[in-house]
Structures are given as C-alpha cells and as structure tokens.
Design a protein around this ligand. Sequence first.
Ligand code: AMP
Length: 215
Amino acid sequence: MSKQPNKSLRVVLFGPPATGKSRHSRKLAERYGLERVEPGKLLRENRHRSTVYGTPDEFMRRGELVPDEIVNEIVFAELEGLNRFVLDGFPRTPNQAQSLLDTTEMEIVLRFTISDELIVSRLTGRRVCTDCERTYHTTFEPPTTEGRCDYCNGTLSQREDDTPPAIRNRIDEFYKTTIDALEELRAASAVVSISAEHEFEFVWPKVTGAVEDIQ
Ligand code: AMP
C-alpha cells in the first residue's frame, strides 16, 4: 500500500548536489502520490525575472544561493494548499527552514550524504534533458542514443552551473549555509540520514523504508 491521498505526507530531500535528490523526488512522487516542488527547476524557469536583488540567473550561474526573498516567494506560491509533497532542494538556508516551519509541519527529512570527490565526478559528467530534466552521466549512466533523452527524446546538455568553479561554490554554499538549515528542521521533524555514495537502486529502498516507517 503506498498512496493514501487524504493523509498528509510532507517530505524534504536535503543534501549537497549530486546526491540523486531529483531522481528520488520523481520516484517518491509517483509512488506516494506527491507533488514535486523543486526550487532549482522553478528558478531556472524564472531565471531572467528581474527583481530588486538582480535576476536568479546571476546567482545560479556562479553556483551561489539565490536570495531567500526570491526563493521563498516562488516556493510558497507552489506549496499553497498542498499536504502531500516532496521538496527537492528546499530549504537551503536557516531562514528558508524557519519560513517553512512557520507555514507547515514536515513529516520527514531525508538527509543525503556524499563525499566532495564524488560530487565533482558526478556533476562534471552529468547531462540533463532540456525538456524533462532527467539526468544522465557520460560514463556511469549514458543514454541509449548519444545526446538524446531515453524518455522523451529531448536534447541532453550540460547545465551552466555544472562547471568546476560553480560546482566548488555549490559545495561551499552547502557547508557554509545550507547545513545550518538542518538544525532548524531537526527540531521539528524526523531526520533520517542516508548515504548517497552508492548507485540509485541501492539507495532507493532506504528512502522508501524511511518514508514507510513514519506512515
Ligand atoms: P538545483 O537544481 O537544486 O541543483 O539548484 C540549482 C541552483 O538553483 C542552486 O545552485 C542555486 O543557485 C539555486 N537554488 C535552488 N534551490 C535554492 C534554494 N532553496 N535557495 C537558494 N537558491 C536555490
């Protein structure tokens, strides 16, 4: 039994880049009937929107966090009225965590861990479908046809922030700022730590096991 549409299930996927959050969120959404809320994707869709802080693009290109005011506005508009959702990449600052907990309870936080070396090797070879955002890896998980998505035949490309300097900044932002959001979350939700060093198929049962433990 996996879907109970009336019961709330609010999941945070928390961790540095390249831990498979987006793939887990896609599968969690399918399996448990959850809405996926992905600030990274929402920000890419709004990347040229002009705000008093500048455009999201200016921050994302460098691998820096987009200011809380912009992110919170976009994310909370998406969360309106939802009680079954998976948040992929939010919160990433203590302020975002506090705003989230002021708005809603979260049943579970899945905190993924990974070494910096593996982040760099996963992200430098990562290719992303420009249509559906499914990800591949030039060596570890190549598509069947080079440059084409297996699912939708979209074009695969390298993300602008999957360059060595931007990757370094994203790792630094995680340990400088994002990690502190975990303490805010820990005070209010169950936090389950899962190693993301292994292949997706090995990690996925740990994800579903953790979610089913709190059902
Ligand atoms: P992602 O797709 O989750 O890897 O996010 C890509 C980029 O979007 C990040 O490197 C940040 O620049 C920005 N971003 C995504 N989520 C957030 C967030 N919660 N807070 C601030 N910036 C974010």
